[in-house]
Write a protein that binds this ligand. Structure first.
Ligand SMILES: [Ca+2]
Ligand SMILES: [Ca+2]
Ligand SMILES: [Ca+2]
Length: 293
């Protein structure tokens, strides 16, 4: 009976991918990878889904646009040091393939063209071993992370980049980033958003080879009203404090019911946005998980 139970347990563990050899505990590397695979903090959303194109204000904006995810590779983990020290920095990366659906004909009909997307998402995290072998994930905990950076993986030259990002609650600055290599403590360094609070996201962007005016379009993703994605402007509208200063903004009341507790700023090249035929998808983004108060 004892043997049967032991065998049954072993089969269950093997099925869950936890144990390769009878009686062998998971290694630090396996524990770290398992933790990261299951962590909401480590994951990086594909920024797909619907939203505002630009308010339908003029023909300089598409009638509609949205990304639809085709496939994602599993997350890739590069351990930057030997975890035997009890602290480990890991580069997490993940590729995605998607479609950029864009409809530039303002005819009241949804008739988009499709541009292929091949992107790479990367962030670094720090884990510490604060518990015992028998604790979940062998006592490892995710303590710090950088923003997720979205970049092209298509072979085309990326020409649009995020330069800075700030989150305000009311008029109080609660999170800012000027360099995506910056680590933030999970315990007290992430933006905490309270449903119903007026939140403003500001960001600055760069186009390395601008052809059009404006050179790019920018969007914020997060727990926003109606749509999880909204247009950011530099026209002094909707929370933008100073028109024409290169700081783009969007302000909203946090939706408690939202599933989108990941705040991202997303820049798309005007060259991508102004037609629906060319294979010229160019975009970049930064994103950070937000905690719900
Ligand atoms: Ca149309
Ligand atoms: Ca501005
Ligand atoms: Ca184009």
């Amino acid at each position: 009976m004892k043997t049967l139970t032991a065998v049954a347990t072993l089969i269950l563990l093997a099925a869950a991918g936890c144990v390769q050899e009878p009686g062998t505990a998971m290694s630090d590397t396996e524990n770290i990878q398992e933790l990261l695979r299951n962590s909401d903090l480590a994951s990086m959303t594909p920024l797909e889904g619907q939203g505002e194109s630009g308010g339908g204000r003029d023909a300089g904006f598409p009638e509609h646009w949205w990304r639809s995810l085709t496939s994602e590779e599993p997350m890739d983990f590069l351990l930057e040091n030997d975890p035997a020290s009890g602290i480990c920095t890991v580069t997490v990366s993940r590729t995605l393939q998607a479609s950029f659906n864009i409809d530039v004909t303002h005819d009241g009909v949804l008739n988009p063209g499709i541009k292929p997307i091949s992107d790479l998402r990367t962030r670094r995290v720090i884990l510490e071993r604060t518990g015992e072998d028998t604790d979940p994930h062998g006592g490892w905990e995710l303590t710090h992370l950088t923003p997720a950076v979205y970049s092209l993986d298509s072979g085309l030259e990326q020409q649009v980049f995020v330069q800075s990002m700030r989150i305000y609650a009311g008029d109080e600055l609660i999170w800012e980033c000027d360099s995506p290599g910056t680590f933030y403590a999970v315990e007290d360094g992430l933006p905490v958003l309270e449903p119903g609070t007026l939140v403003r996201v500001e960001a600055e962007f760069l186009h390395t080879s601008p052809l059009y005016q404006p050179p790019f379009y920018a969007y914020v993703h997060g727990p926003c009203p109606v749509w999880p994605r909204h247009w950011m402007n530099d026209e002094g509208l909707w929370g933008d404090r100073v028109a024409g200063d290169g700081v783009l903004s969007y302000e909203w009341y946090v939706e408690g019911t939202s599933d989108h507790w990941f705040v991202a700023v997303d820049v798309i090249d005007a060259d991508t946005m102004l037609d629906q035929e060319e294979d010229d998808y160019d975009s970049g983004a930064w994103g950070i998980p937000a905690l719900k108060n």
